[in-house]
Write a protein that binds this ligand. Structure first.
Ligand SMILES: *Cc1c(COP(=O)(O)O)cnc(C)c1O
Length: 449
């Protein structure tokens, strides 16, 4: 159906009033997180020193809908939400495809990605509990800046451990965090025992997300009135992000469309989870017959080459064990420019769905995703984040298949953020200087048999 609309907007009153919890509708309960010292399910009480209480309760909840507190609704309106659903008509024309392509555009807020949807909720629950300080890790700085902005909104202080290589290569995101009032340290740092130990062995350690998580958790549990905040992977984070998919459902109804293919990128799984899980709920009830496609980097093929097993979430092994698709917590993530996709593991929910064949996943090389990003920029105007360029690669390939097979599919994807702080990567691509990587060997974890 074609009513000529470029952007499909919802009114602010139409922001969904509750988050959707897929745990209510999965065919079986998710395998529980395990305590690494006993290999028994973790007692949620033990997590209360790390995370705000309400977030721990949400993590294990099986309630189908959890109402969004009025303070968070106000923060969503401030952001502002709802975000538009766009029709990629110029891209369709360029590809001469009979497919109709739509994308949810999450790059419109001041932080530039979907991440404030959970950062605001997490900052709120911490402040409501009387917590004054947050700690977290960040790779390229997307999550750190989203949390810094959200902490400023709710009047909290935040200490961010930023992967050392990015800290030095990407000063822009650090400046954003500092402008919003956060303290930012290159990780490994001299702020924690774990960081000092690593720096003693190698003063030039470039860091990793896994190391930065260990530092941020250590900081939280060794300081008063401080809690740790995680930007992806966990159930409560994916649940907060379902605000995205529930808006898309309403927007597609407004133009009388039913999705055939739902596509997104997966770093820890939060943006694709948030976008697709409300639709997955329908699929599990037999009310929707769509294909779900998760896209990742062939340099970090956590779901296409990962093993579905229990593993640590961090390099220093402070976190509980999660059952997930993983490359092993010591996996050396190559320095691809999609910083948000450089993580060894995957959300337990997304891992479960891929392992159960309810979702498909594909990996793409760095040069192929920048080629797609450039086509998208020329036709749609938006310069996408390198992470988002992964699903754009799939969408372009799928639209071309539709042309060849003369198939009228409705393809919907989540455009998770803009790439305006990743222009150095575009510069390298334009100069033909981008490299590709693939793992030559993988050390799969073997912790729980
Ligand atoms: C962080 C980030 C991602 C990847 O993280 P998920 O938790 O998988 O969503 C993707 N896109 C953008 C723009 C990001 O900032």
């Amino acid at each position: 159906m074609d009513n000529g609309k470029r952007a499909i907007f919802l009114d602010q009153e139409e922001i969904p009033k509750a988050w959707y919890n897929i745990q209510a509708d999965l065919p079986e309960p998710l395998p529980p997180p395990l305590d690494p010292s006993t290999l028994e399910p973790v007692n949620p009480e033990k997590l209360l020193r790390v995370f705000a209480r309400e977030l721990v309760l949400q993590e294990v909840s099986r309630e189908r809908y959890i109402s969004i507190p009025e303070e968070v609704m106000e923060a969503y309106r401030w952001l502002p939400r709802p975000t538009p659903l766009m029709r990629a008509r110029k891209l369709e024309e360029y590809l001469k495809t009979p497919a109709r392509i739509y994308y949810k555009w999450e790059g419109t807020n001041p932080a530039g990605s979907h991440k404030p949807n959970t950062a605001l909720a997490q900052a709120y629950y911490n402040s409501k509990q009387g917590i004054e300080n947050l700690t977290t890790e960040t790779g390229a700085g997307q999550w750190g800046s989203a949390l810094a902005m959200s902490a400023a909104y709710f009047g909290l202080s935040v200490r961010v451990y930023m992967v050392s290589a990015s800290y030095h290569q990407k000063p822009g995101r650090k400046t954003m965090m500092e402008t919003w009032g956060a303290k930012c340290f290159a990780s490994p740092s001299n702020e924690t025992n774990y960081g000092r130990e690593l720096l003693k062995k190698d003063p030039d350690n470039p860091g990793s997300l896994g190391i930065a998580i260990t530092e941020a958790v250590e900081d939280a549990v060794t300081h008063d009135n401080t809690r740790y905040s995680l930007g992806s992977v966990l159930n409560h984070v994916l649940m907060h992000q379902t605000i995205i998919g529930q808006e898309v459902e309403k927007q597609l109804q407004m133009v009388d469309e039913v999705p055939d293919v739902l596509v997104g990128n997966i770093g820890g799984g939060s943006n694709f989870g948030g976008f697709s899980l409300p639709f997955m709920g329908k699929k599990l009830k037999g009310k929707l017959d769509a294909k779900f496609v998760a896209c990742e980097s062939s340099a970090v093929p956590h779901t296409t080459k990962g093993k579905y097993t229990y593993d640590f979430g961090d390099t220093g092994h402070m976190t509980p064990l999660l059952k997930m698709l993983t490359l092993g917590s010591d996996y050396r993530n190559p320095p691809i420019h999609a910083g948000g996709l450089r993580y060894h593991g995957m959300s337990p929910i997304i891992s479960y769905l891929i392992n159960s064949n309810l979702m498909e996943s594909y990996a793409f090389s760095q040069t192929s995703i920048f080629e797609a990003a450039t086509i998208f920029a020329k036709t749609e105007g938006i310069i996408p984040a390198p992470e988002s360029a992964h699903e754009i690669r799939y969408v372009i390939d799928e639209a071309i298949r539709c042309r060849k097979e003369n198939k009228e599919e409705v393809i919907v994807f989540n455009n998770s953020g803009h790439g305006l702080l990743d222009l150095s990567a575009y510069q390298l691509y334009n100069a033909g200087k981008l490299e590709n990587w693939e793992p030559t060997s993988i050390n799969y974890p073997d912790i729980v048999h």
